[in-house]
Design a protein around this ligand. Structure first.
Ligand code: GLC
Length: 723
């Protein structure tokens, strides 16, 4: 349809029909035969059940070509103006082929691979009839107690921005008229990743400057990459729930960030203005969200029940609804739904596309590159295939490797670690050893007996996938005690222990680290997880992951993140005598494993860091080169990281900031000279008046293998007279 036709169509719609377009429900509310749709929020007693929502303009949580084509047909047969339904769902890290959770993908530092994973997810989901994915989630995170850190790519705004762009490009491709694409819905606007106490849905209270400096950039990156929808967050921003926050949605998002697409609420978030305490009733909740610019209300009936009356009293203008409806129709038009309401949904295409071998291969490669080797004492890894290994733990044969938000993935398609290891070696025996939370003397005894006969023990430990994800916050981030007891029991036998972790957050590893000779963080690696981890354990692949979220010493150290501020009493190499410093009495200030950290089976040396001068200007950037050599015995990939520090600012500046990185693959003995360009704009920041600019002054430039292990140089940034 042409734009003018969309405007004409809006003009033909009754007020009720407009309000229906602004409402989203699960399929059951459109057609009672559909009752298995994904329920991703409170459902029992939902008020939406008390109204007729069968004319709602979009559906969430349903998938499958046959189901969606049938639903579309019955809907269109009854729709006066033949406006097709929009089908949306949470395709967060794969549809049927499940990729590692986004926090793992972030640790690959491989934005091309991330884009490819989104491309594959879109291809599979579109074949199953879907039009929109509620992804990417780009919330910056600093608190591993929060269950949804697994859904983010970590604590750094630059990396989160690069991944946000990559995911949007992957989902949307070049043109949404292509039927193997999905419209991307970036979420959750804004700063949902900063809830107090790491407790989901809790208050977020960050300063305006922090919001601009750290939390908004990734949403901006997704918007700039063309994301067609933005989902509002459950939390408050500056005391106002995001979903009824006009300064946030009309001010920041639409005006400052130049977003012209569809704003959709999160599940029930319009009506949650009432429990938040900013709306007396659904009528007021509807008014606030409509005025704030929420185009689609997800799963509550405030719009359905009250917008019409708010128009009649003149409290809302019909023009405001027309704007919202036009944006919704424009999205449906971009997707080509008016020409073909059945778009990509095709059972034959679905059959040949889902879980295609090429998809599984990509998933396996990305899963391997997302794992982070945290410890490898005496190079106990990689294992020889002839090594008599016993695989012990609740995750030894578990297929719960997809992690949260893998709604359409099926465990039957998951490769377990046992399956992976036994496909590579005939010298592996397996036993469960313990449950995730429960000990069992018989299991423990069997584990002990099998470990006695083995050369090496591989412990497969972790969190159940429901111990993270939405509403999956934990006040303590240790492994369950039953698994620690299993590890201690096995460790008492004196065999080398390799611990593989399957989990959705940075954990407090104090109790497990010293018991293990090696620790491999596998996160939730997805459908091909067993193969990916096994290929790492046996050295068919070399671990390449680097942390994008710090691992704290313990829960008490949270929040701990690399780009913190100095404070007035920074702790240097201080000891307890230097009592009056910003420090703990019982743990260091630094995390147990820092941002950017990850080991390899080989080693890389950094030599000849060279700068093009001692000063640079906005017209003459600083060139930085460094020679990276693979000084080990096997091919490997290094993530060469460039950090800077602005030593003084008009406001405090982080002690370290990632500004660039290179993925460098090297054979043993091979050297590559890596080049970076450091320019003045890298030092721009939000000043106290929220202006964005850089200042001349002394800055540090660092190059290294992680945020704590770098070589540095101190130089001067000057402004040219014209500057
Ligand atoms: C959930 C989540 C959101 C998801 C939505 C639809 O509550 O917060 O991320 O996209 O509901 O499932």
């Amino acid at each position: 349809m042409e734009e003018v036709q969309l405007t004409e169509l809006t003009g033909k719609m009754t007020l009720d029909e407009k309000i229906e377009q602004m409402t989203q429900v699960t399929a059951a509310f459109i057609n009672k035969e559909y009752s298995e749709g994904a329920v991703t929020g409170p459902f029992a007693g939902m008020d939406i059940a008390k109204v007729d929502a069968s004319g709602a303009g979009s559906v969430l949580g349903e998938a499958g070509a046959a189901k969606l084509n049938k639903l579309q047909k019955t809907y269109m047969d009854n729709h006066r103006l033949q406006i097709p339904l929009l089908f949306m769902a949470d395709i967060i890290h794969g549809y049927k082929t499940i990729f590692p959770v986004p926090l793992a993908i972030g640790c690959s530092w491989d934005t091309e691979a991330a884009e490819s994973s989104a491309r594959i997810a879109a291809r599979e989901a579109a074949a199953s009839g879907l039009h929109v994915t509620f992804s990417p989630m780009v919330d910056l995170v600093r608190d591993p107690r929060w269950g949804r850190v697994m859904e983010s790519t970590g604590e750094d705004r630059l990396l989160n921005s690069l991944f946000a762009e990559a995911f949007v490009r992957g989902y949307q491709g070049e043109n949404l008229k292509e039927t193997d694409t999905l419209a991307a819905c970036v979420k959750h606007f804004a700063a949902y990743g900063a809830p107090e106490g790491g407790r989901d849905y809790n208050t977020v209270d960050v300063s305006e400057r922090e919001l601009y400096e750290h939390y908004l950039p990734a949403y901006q990156a997704a918007v700039d990459a063309g994301a067609n929808l933005v989902m509002t967050a459950f939390n408050t921003i500056d005391g106002i729930p995001a979903t009824s926050n006009q300064p946030l949605l009309r001010g920041k998002l639409r005006e400052e960030m130049n977003f012209n697409g569809v704003v959709i609420s999160d599940w029930g978030a319009v009506q949650e203005a009432i429990p938040h305490g900013v709306a007396e009733n659904k009528r007021e909740a509807a008014k606030k969200s409509a005025l704030a610019g929420v185009d689609i209300e997800m799963m509550t009936p405030c719009y359905l029940n009250h917008l019409k009356e708010l128009i009649s009293t003149g409290e809302l203008s019909e023009g405001l609804l027309d704007e919202a409806v036009l944006r919704i129709l424009q999205l449906k038009n971009k997707l080509g739904l008016f020409e073909d309401p059945y778009r990509g949904g095709d059972e034959e295409k679905e059959r040949i596309t889902l879980l295609h071998d090429t998809h599984k291969k990509k998933a396996r490669e990305l899963a391997a590159d997302s794992c982070v080797l945290l410890k490898n004492k005496n190079e106990v890894l990689p294992l020889k295939k002839s090594t008599r290994a016993v695989l012990i733990g609740p995750f030894a044969s578990s297929k719960d490797l997809m992690g949260a938000w893998s709604i359409y993935g099926e465990e039957k398609d998951v490769v377990s670690l046992t399956e992976g290891m036994t496909s590579l070696s005939s010298s592996v025996v397996t036993t469960e050893g313990s449950g995730i939370h429960s000990t069992n003397e018989a299991l423990l005894e069997e584990a002990r007996n099998k470990a006695e006969k083995a050369d090496v023990v591989v412990l497969a430990l972790g969190e159940h996938s429901e111990m993270s994800g939405e509403a999956g916050s934990r006040s303590q981030i240790t492994l369950p005690q039953a698994q620690i007891q299993l590890a201690e029991t096995v460790a008492s036998l004196g065999k080398p222990i390799i611990t593989v972790l399957f989990n959705g957050r940075p954990l407090d590893l104090n109790q497990i680290l010293n018991l293990s000779d090696a620790v491999l963080e596998a996160w939730f690696p997805g459908s091909e997880g067993g193969h990916a981890v096994s290929e790492l354990l046996y050295g068919e692949r070399n671990p390449a992951g680097r942390l994008t979220m710090s691992f704290p010493y313990n829960t008490g150290q949270i929040p701990v993140y690399y780009n913190h501020y100095s404070t007035g009493r920074p702790k240097k190499s201080g000891t307890l005598e230097d009592r009056f410093l910003s420090q703990y009495l019982d743990v260091p200030n630094e995390p147990m494993f820092p941002f950017g950290f990850g080991l390899s089976y080989t080693s890389f040396t950094y030599k000849n860091m060279t700068l093009s001068g001692h000063t640079f200007t906005e017209e003459e950037p600083m060139e930085v080169t460094v020679d990276i050599t693979n000084s080990g015995s096997c091919r490997g990939r290094e993530v060469v990281q460039l950090y800077t520090q602005d030593l003084t600012g008009e406001v405090v500046r982080p002690v370290n900031e990632l500004k660039d990185f290179r993925l460098v693959m090297l054979d043993p003995g091979e050297t590559e000279t890596v080049h970076f360009l450091v320019d003045a704009t890298m030092f721009a920041y939000y000043h106290s008046d929220l202006s964005w600019s850089w200042d001349p002054g002394t800055v540090r430039i660092r190059v290294g293998r992680n945020s704590e292990d770098t070589q540095e140089a101190t130089v001067t940034l000057t402004k040219t007279s014209k500057g």
